[in-house]
Structures are given as C-alpha cells and as structure tokens.
Ligand binder design. Sequence first.
Ligand code: G4P
Length: 534
Amino acid sequence: MTDAAALSSAETPLAREVERRRTFAIISHPDAGKTTLTEKLLMFGGAIQLAGQVRAKGERRRTRSDWMAIERDRGISVVTSVMTFEYRDCVFNLLDTPGHEDFSEDTYRTLTAVDSAVMVIDAAKGIEARTRKLFEVCRLRDIPIVTFINKMDRESRDPFEILDEIEEKLALDVAPLTWPIGRGRDFAGTFELKSGRIRLVDGGDEAAGTGLEALGGLVNEHRLAEVTEELELAQGALKPFDLASFREGHLTPVLFGSALRNFGVRDLLDALADLAPSPQGLDSDKRPVAAEEPRMTAFVFKVQANMDPNHRDRIAFVRLCSGKLTRGMKALQTRTSKIIGIHAPQFFFAQDRALAEEAYAGDVVGIPNHGLLRIGDTLTDGENLSFLGVPSFAPEILRRVRLEDAMKAKKLKQALQEMAEEGVVQVFRPVDGSPALVGVVGSLQLDVMSGRLKAEYGLDVGFEQSQYSLARWVSAKNKQDLADFLAANRASTADDLDGDPVLLAGSQFQMTRAQERWEKIAFTDVKDVRKVAA
Ligand code: G4P
C-alpha cells in the first residue's frame, strides 16, 4: 500500500485541513459580473464588511486593462491575486484571473493552480468568446466547473436556451440545481430542484417555503403554471446532477442568480462547499503526490515583481500541493537544488496580507524573494521531484526592442531577463548573436512591458517588426538529430530563457516546410515550464 492510500481522507488533522480547502477561480467574459460576484462572495465569507471594496471600479474603467491598473495600483492588485476567506467549515482560496480581453499567459497559468472554477455567464448574452477560451483551458485539466447564470434580474434569455448553448458550444452536460422563478423585472427567486426549497429575491437567506404547493401561495397562477411546466421539461430533458461526472469535468451544475442583488451567492458558496473537490493529487516526474501526504510539496504559478517600487522584491505565488508549510521551514528548489528558507510566507485577504504561520495543501502563499523563484519551480521539503504542467505558450507576436538610448543596452538585457523570469514576456536570443527578440501572446502585453520598462527601469523603448513571426520549441528523441537540425538552421534558431532551442520562422509556410523536411524533430507551441530539472 502506498503512503497516500494509507492516509485515507480526513483521518489525520492534516487530512482534515486539506479536506476543507476549496481553491478556485472565476472565469467569465468581461462585464458578466465577475467583480461584483467576487465582492459578494467575500462579503458572504465575512472577508469584507461592505461590497465595493474589491477594487475601485471607476478607476479601473479609466484604465485600459486590469494589468495597467495593476501597474498603477499594485497595493490593490496584489491582494486581488488571491483571496482567502472562510465559509461554513471551508477555507476558500479564490485566485484572480485578470479580466481583460487579451489572451494572457498569466491567466492560463493561474488555472493550473485551482481545483475547480466558477463560470459566470451573463443571462442576456450566454457563452461569450473569452468564457469559451478560458473554458477550453479548464478542459485541458478537466477542472470541475460550477456555472452561475448572472443578471437574472435583467432582461435575459430563456433558461433552456442558455443551457442548450452551454451543452452545444462547450460540449458539457448541464444539471440545473436551481430554477429561476420568472426573469428580468419578474425575477422573483429560485426553486431548488432537489429539495423544492424556494428562495425569494426579497426574502433574504431564509427559505420562503418548500415545494410547488408552497410556491402557489407565493406567486400568481400564471407564474406557477410557467414554473411548473419549465420544471417538468427541465427534469425530463436534462441530466440529473451526478457528482462523479461533475468531478471528471463532464457535467456542470448550474445556478441562477443576481450578484448585484446578492441573490444566489449563498447557493454558489454552498455548492462549492458541498460539491467542489478539495485539493487533488498531482503527478510529478517521480511519482503521484497525494494532497494529504505529510510531506510538503508546492509549485510556483505566478511571479509578481516590483510590488514595492523602492525594493526590487518579487513575490512568488506558490500553490501547496501536499502537506503543510510552516513559517521558517527550509524548502528544496528542485530546479537548482538550492535550499531556501521560507521566512515570510504571506496570506492574502481582501484588503490585507498577513504572515502565514502555517499553510496546507490547496493554499496559496506569497513568498518574497529576489528573483530566485521562477514560474514552474517546484518546492519540496527535501524530496527531489518536479511537477509537470505549468505551460508556456508560443508567442503570437515577435518583436525587436528598439532602445532610445543605446548606452542602456546592458540594463535592457537585465530588465528583459527579469521580466522573462516573471513570465511577463518571453525572450529569445538568436544563436547567431543578433539582438534578442521578445515574444508575447497578446498585444496588450507589449504595452504592459513598455510601461514597466519605463516606470521600473527608466528605459524608453519602442518595438519593431522582426523578420520572424512564429516560434516553435524544437526537440528530438535522439540528441544527434536535434544537433543536426540546429546546425543546419543556425541562422533561424534561438534559445529561450531556459536555454531550450526554438525555431523562428517568417511565415506558417516556412514553418510547415521545416516540419516536413525534419521528420525526426518535434515542433511544439506549448512548453511545459515545470519541466524536469536537468
Ligand atoms: P466583470 O468584473 O465581469 O467585468 O463585471 P462587473 O462585476 O464589473 O459587472 C459589470 C456590470 O454589470 C456592472 O455594471 C455591474 O454592476 C453589473 N452587474 C453585475 N452583476 C449584475 C447583476 O446580477 N444584475 C445586474 N442588473 N447587473 C449586474 P456597470 O453599470 O457597468 O458598473 P457599475 O457602475 O455598476 O459599477
């Protein structure tokens, strides 16, 4: 029997702590109500007294993106990267995914650190582009998703139509847990399918009654007939909720509500507490790691630099995968074999941070450091293993950086290196010695980069088109095959931050031609940066 199997769930104090963790993110299209819902979740979780404190929204609107707001107001952004609150017996860790429309690697990496997600859909709009994209990332890991259909208090689409759309566009079964009683101006509340419990929008948290009979006393005949018919249809046509199917990422439980009116938020928290998984085991290069194992393991999924402009400090956001982290403990960074003292791990709350005396699998702590910790790094209590699966995406935009003051080339090199380590940008150094190229996945990242180069390093830069537009990581089973390829393509290969080789091409046509000519070479557009330490 393995160690993990011996420790059946919740048998030890550690297992009990792990069991009550719920680490999740909210995915949505901008404007669907993520900020409002986040505020309300924190409010119900007692983390903030009044809604409206998560971020200054008017402020945010004036900026071009959350990232720019992040630049301007790091104090606030830091505390929104992850927020911890308690509800019932559970400890919730809500990880923020920036809301701007651009594809951002940061968001995608954040989704590698959660055990479940809440998909917020605007009831009038259904599945929108960004929700779909984020959903696809969740699907890569079969992350269980709870769906919250928001803004039911506004003119909205027919619930069946929205559910059909989820099924069709996302190939995901739907199982409503609640059903809306009316919609738009007539939205009166919800009927819980399983128990028949009725909650009214104006009724606070108390159930207004149970069952259709009770509903008859609360709404007019017309509404009762409508809800009865819809419920019959829903129960006949839709799958009942199935926990296993949800946990495998094949089925989503659906709740209807209005974040603005505080309605359905408690249902959502209850659904997360009752149904969403506690931290799950994770595969490493050596062995599967179970969350409730006593040995501490963790990985870095995000690095945020220069949170305090006066100090070049960085915070590495670390997700604990197993065991317990205690302040002051020593951890092994398996990429470098360095031992790191964890002296000041931090927890983040809605408006505060606090030293984390201890943290458990599922928790996210911030570890201040001076650039030692990189995205994808694994930390353990001594065991030499590395987790797999924090991806790096091939850039969709490649540029040369034009420096206004050529004397500052060395500083630029250092700045790019630091920003690449932080994951803001990818840097490719051509092996023929020509100037480095920067790669980003969305054009907004270029704005963020130039803004930060100016603000934090005093560098004025512009970007120039490069002769290359595509980059693919190259590898081969046989070392000699790779060496032959690199020798023959010296003029168009570069090294990434880790020294891994990349082929640069001017067009898809050129890339395809190279792929056809070099059959023994694998060309990939996603790199696992949590790769095995060489
Ligand atoms: P986001 O983070 O997903 O971008 O969305 P956010 O919460 O900022 O919400 C976008 C807009 O939708 C806001 O209105 C917000 O008040 C509104 N909203 C959110 N949830 C609901 C809901 O359940 N019902 C209704 N009717 N509206 C909702 P805004 O006018 O753009 O901003 P504000 O002036 O209210 O701050």
